[in-house]
Design a protein around this ligand. Structure first.
Ligand code: ADP
Ligand code: MG
Length: 259
């Protein structure tokens, strides 16, 4: 990371609170993510990991605190010195900076791999078909699937489909990628190829927040590991510290399941 990149966080979450009716799911989350950084979030089921990612992408609105991505407050715009709630169009514009990959890849089954990838760049971003195709082919090469451009999702393995979903998320040229348990729905023998693709993206300097139970990936690819439990960040630091030498009993208990 160069000095100029290292100054300002790409993501700044402060005192983020999120409740669903009476259920408080996020109880004051503070997290900065620097450009080029890979942050892996670990934590038991129900601890609020997915909700936090969904708040960053404004799929959920937060009730207290704020989230900034690339200097803009999510869900709001600064007008005449005042923060105003964004219109759906404004929210869509903010979301274009953020790519998201889910456990379920949700490719369009009636579209080829190539059509899946160029759909948003052409339909939403008004890119020319020629540019969108050229970019999609570059992305397919990056995820190792150039030869599958004309295939339909059902003709691909789960691991290949998830790599297409990653290429599709990258096609909008996001500054930030969010991954929510991207390998959890895969047969065990297909997990490695998706993690390898994600490792490559990490090496190429993409800013990534990854929720996963793949401790090995966290150990190798993360710049920082965050352990969440009960809507709090319990522990955060370098993988060798948080995974190798966890300080908090809850982190220790969680990690002991993976030994
Ligand atoms: P994780 O991803 O860490 O497993 P989630 O963020 O999915 O956790 O969920 C945290 C808590 O919030 C859970 O108790 C879950 O049932 C609840 N929750 C998540 N989404 C909703 C929703 N849309 N409505 C009500 N409760 C929700
Ligand atoms: Mg989840």
């Amino acid at each position: 990371m160069t000095a100029s990149q290292s100054q300002k966080p790409l993501v700044e979450a402060r005192n983020v609170h999120k409740s669903f009716d009476q259920l408080e799911v996020l109880k004051g989350i503070d997290l900065d993510v620097m450009p080029g950084e890979v942050v892996v979030i670990l934590g038991p089921s129900g601890s609020g990991k997915s909700t936090f990612l969904r708040c960053i992408n404004h799929l959920e609105a937060i009730q207290r605190g704020y989230i900034q991505v690339d200097g803009e407050q999510i869900g709001y715009a600064l007008r005449k010195g005042r923060l105003e709630k964004l219109s759906p169009n404004g929210i869509a514009r903010q979301r274009r900076k953020i790519g998201m990959v889910f456990q379920q890849f949700n490719l369009y089954p009636h579209m080829t791999v190539l059509q899946n990838i160029i759909e948003a760049p052409i339909g939403i971003h008004g890119e020319s078909r020629k540019d969108a195709i050229a970019n999609a082919m570059r992305l397919l090469e990056r995820v190792g699937l150039s030869e599958k451009a004309e295939n339909y999702p059902r003709q691909l393995s789960g691991g290949q489909q998830q790599r297409v979903a990653i290429a599709r998320a990258l096609a909008i040229k996001p500054k930030l990628m969010l991954f929510d348990e991207p390998t959890s729905a895969l047969d065990p023998e297909l997990v490695g190829e998706v993690l390898a693709t994600m490792r490559d993206l990490a090496k190429q300097g993409l800013t990534m927040i990854v929720v996963t139970h793949e401790i090995g990936f966290a150990r190798e690819a993360a710049d920082r590991v965050v352990f969440m439990d009960g809507g709090h960040i319990i522990e955060m630091g370098k993988p060798e510290d948080v995974i190798g030498n966890p300080q908090h009993p809850r982190t220790q208990a969680f990690l002991s399941r993976f030994l």
